[in-house]
Design a protein around this ligand. Sequence first.
Ligand SMILES: Nc1ncnc2c1ncn2[C@@H]1O[C@H](COP(=O)(O)OP(=O)(O)OP(=O)(O)O)[C@@H](O)[C@H]1O
Ligand SMILES: [Mg+2]
Length: 228
Amino acid sequence: MIEMSDVWKEYPNKTMALSGVSIKVNKGEFLYIVGPSGAGKSTFIKLMYREERPTKGHIFVNGFNIDRLKERKVPYLRRNIGVIFQDFKLLPRMSTYENVAFALEVINTPARHVKRRVHDALEWVGLLDKAKMFPNQLSGGEQQRIAIARAIVNNPAVIIADEPTGNLDPETSWGIMKVFQRINERGTTIVMATHNKDIVNTIRRRVVAIEHGRIVRDENKGLYGYDD
Ligand SMILES: Nc1ncnc2c1ncn2[C@@H]1O[C@H](COP(=O)(O)OP(=O)(O)OP(=O)(O)O)[C@@H](O)[C@H]1O
Ligand SMILES: [Mg+2]
């Protein structure tokens, strides 16, 4: 499903963010990426959805050869990957419904399918009753649920999330994790970078720790392993 082999990432300012990372993730796995600030977690994630390109090495995600993928083919990749961020990245002038529908419209989904699929995605995250609201009228947890609905509306094989609970209080974070667990239970692969020790130590899944751009630990049902 996801494979990286000997991946290096040097940013233009010569920062070496990843050094020789190799990993395989099977379909349906749930993976936490942990590690200190600046370790390379976000870089690892950005390489998977082609926000950044590796300096060296090979990356495959859901059958796409990411490091060779032509720019005009990137939209096809993005149809197969849902991405979720710490700061939600919703469009402020669009309603809940429109934010989710937009993800379908940009990939030219026939209009006759849009309504049903947005409805289903919003129902899935429990936000049907907020379809007409705008992001600034909603709580952080609700906004993140919209972002999740937007990420799953294409029914992607993989969901990639970079600190999805980073801006949320503990109780709201648990609610968001419940949604991720349900998405994973229907067979979707999930890769999640997180600093949330309680969540990692309670919902036990595969834990990959990155330090100084290298994978230093990879354990099934692992623990968070840091004090913060
Ligand atoms: N666009 C960029 N240009 C130059 N250096 C960068 C860029 N993005 C990240 N870096 C550097 O690469 C290293 C890894 O950064 P990254 O954002 O991947 O860390 P992280 O593990 O996600 O940290 P955090 O837990 O704070 O989010 C850091 O040294 C960072 O300063
Ligand atoms: Mg980060």
